[in-house]
Design a protein around this ligand. Structure first.
Ligand code: AMP
Length: 210
């Protein structure tokens, strides 16, 4: 049996057509069913539906053999115990700095509010800027408006969320997309099943690109 961890929402929606190409279609809809474990059209594959930030944890501990989650989540979790064999090219967005439209350029010191503490710390360190990082769990757009921070680091897709709050995207930190991750022990123990799934997904991605 192969267990794949995936989060509900955009990643799930984008992953479904890819998984379907590998013969894996859930037999329940997680939006209407309250089930957290979904059987699929492949008797040897099941999906567990969990929060995006929990996907690397499930895979690292082997509670799931594989997972699908954003590069941002993988970096913040740390990649120990995980292989990351495929960029699935889904749920694409950008990790960016953002600030008030009238914000002065960053000097040698800056105060940054973000959920993405590791990414923010590495980014400002790479620029030689001394950053005081304030960890938030949501509504980061509020921070520059109420004077909690000068800048935020957040995921940006259309930029509408920023603009609606008087902010604008400033610098691109990195493009983000969802990746396939694999538990290292499972990769050995269930090598044939996992490798054949990776190959099928890779073939689908290559055909899409062609
Ligand atoms: P937007 O207003 O289109 O720029 O979307 C930005 C908001 O959507 C941010 O609050 C992000 O946290 C969230 N978001 C956008 N794209 C993604 C993604 N691929 N994965 C997770 N969250 C995202």
């Amino acid at each position: 049996m192969l267990t794949i961890a995936v989060s509900k929402g955009r990643i799930y929606e984008d992953a479904l057509p890819l998984l379907a190409q590998a013969g894996i279609s859930p037999t329940d809809n997680p939006d209407t069913s309250r089930k957290l474990i979904l059987q699929t059209t492949r008797p040897d594959v099941q999906l567990v539906i969990i929060r995006a930030t929990d996907v690397p944890t499930f895979v690292e501990y082997g509670a799931a053999d594989l997972g699908i989650t954003g590069k941002d989540v993988i970096i913040e979790h740390g990649a120990e115990g995980l292989y990351e064999p495929l960029d699935l090219g889904i749920a694409k967005c950008r990790m960016m700095t953002a600030a008030r439209v009238d914000a002065p350029p960053i000097g040698r010191r800056v105060r940054v509010a973000t959920k993405y503490v590791t990414i923010a710390r590495n980014y400002f360190a790479s620029l030689g800027i001394q950053a005081e990082i304030i960890k938030l769990y949501g509504s980061m757009e509020l921070a520059p408006i109420v004077g909690l921070a000068d800048y935020i680091v957040d995921l940006v897709d259309t930029g509408n969320t920023l603009r609606a709050n008087g902010l604008e995207p400033k610098e691109l930190i990195m493009p983000i997309s969802s990746r396939l991750i694999v538990n290292k022990a499972a990769m050995k123990m269930k090598h044939q099943a996992i490798q054949s799934l990776i190959n099928q997904l890779e073939l689908t991605l290559n055909n899409q690109a062609a």
